[in-house]
Design a protein around this ligand. Structure first.
Ligand code: NAP
Length: 282
């Protein structure tokens, strides 16, 4: 199998770090990007020939273009883009300020767009490539206290599905990846966004969720190294899935959502089809 070149965002820790390490260990070349690239060089010693560590804050479209350019100058191509950088903004919708919501979308959604925009011209010219967008289980199932994070991850999933159709004829594949709960820094105060704004009506929901988060931090059931190994498998496929569940919890959420849609379609069939124009129903 010929070696691939990867560009990975948020590669300083968590999933991004594990995917970068797995790709390097498989003999691939990696443009590993992070807000602090020194973090990457320290964490992945001994791979200098195949590793380019580049500064990239995904919210900055200029830094995205510069990182892609630096990678192309060094390795000549980008075969796999992993849009991984992101974080969770927790809290009831009414407790989140517009600034917190804006930052969440700038990172998880517009950041993903920035990096993809920077990489696509090279993939189109190659007539090949695979873009893996890290969405979430919460990009399939809406959950209270996570509504804004869910909105970003649903956005990533819907955009990925449409993009897979738009880019298919250029030989570029797109997969939205939906992890369940994995033991990274995701629930850690170093990553998770919280809010100080408290509304009395949400007090018990907030207390319950905060307890869950502090009890589960770094004790989630998913193994990030096994996740990275699965990402390498997906990247090796001729026809990768358009959406993929990572972990048994995510798998159950796919199945639950499919059953819910079936039930809803059956229960509301008559009312749903009643809105077609007369010409359509003939
Ligand atoms: N772990 C889970 O349970 C889980 C489940 C579903 C989805 N996810 C998704 O998986 C992705 C990776 O998260 P993780 O679990 O690996 O969590 P993590 O350990 O907290 O890592 C998050 C990574 O995103 C980077 N990042 C955040 N904002 C950035 C920005 N503006 N520009 C560049 N990098 C930025 C962080 O960089 P710094 O080091 O500079 O902060 C860090 O490398 C996220 O998109 C997350 O939503 C995680």
């Amino acid at each position: 199998m010929t070696a691939k070149t990867w560009l990975i965002t948020g590669a300083g820790r968590g999933f991004g770090h594990e995917i970068a390490r797995a790709a390097l260990e498989a003999g691939d070349q990696v443009i590993a990007t992070a807000r602090n690239p020194e973090q990457i060089e320290a964490a992945l010693p001994g791979h200098e020939d195949h590793l380019l560590a580049v500064r990239l804050d995904v919210t900055d479209s200029v830094s995205a273009a510069d990182a892609a350019q630096a990678g192309l100058e060094r390795f000549g191509r980008i075969d796999v883009l992993v849009n991984n950088a992101g974080y969770g903004q927790a809290g009831a919708f009414e407790e989140l300020t517009p600034q917190l919501i804006d930052r969440q979308f700038q990172t998880n959604v517009f950041g993903t767009f920035n990096v993809t925009r920077a990489v696509l011209p090279a993939m189109r010219a190659q007539r090949s490539g695979h873009i893996l967008n890290i969405s979430s289980l919460l990009g399939v199932v809406g959950t209270d206290w996570w509504s804004v994070y869910c909105a970003t991850k649903f956005a990533v999933a819907g955009w990925s599905e449409a993009l897979s159709k738009e880019l298919g004829s250029f030989g570029i594949r797109v997969t939205s990846v939906h992890p369940g709960q994995f033991s990274t820094d995701f629930l850690d105060p170093s990553s998770l966004g919280m809010t100080d704004l408290r509304i009395d009506d949400y007090r018990s929901l907030d207390a319950e969720r905060r307890d869950f988060v502090s009890g589960r931090n770094h004790d989630q059931p998913g193994d990030p190294q096994k996740f990275a190994a699965a990402i390498l498998t997906l990247a090796s496929l001729e026809q990768p899935p358009v959406r993929w569940a990572a972990g048994s919890d995510a798998l159950a959420s796919f199945q639950g959502r499919a059953a819910q849609l079936q039930d809803s379609a059956a229960q509301w069939h008559e009312l749903s089809s009643s809105t077609d124009s007369a010409a359509q129903t003939k």
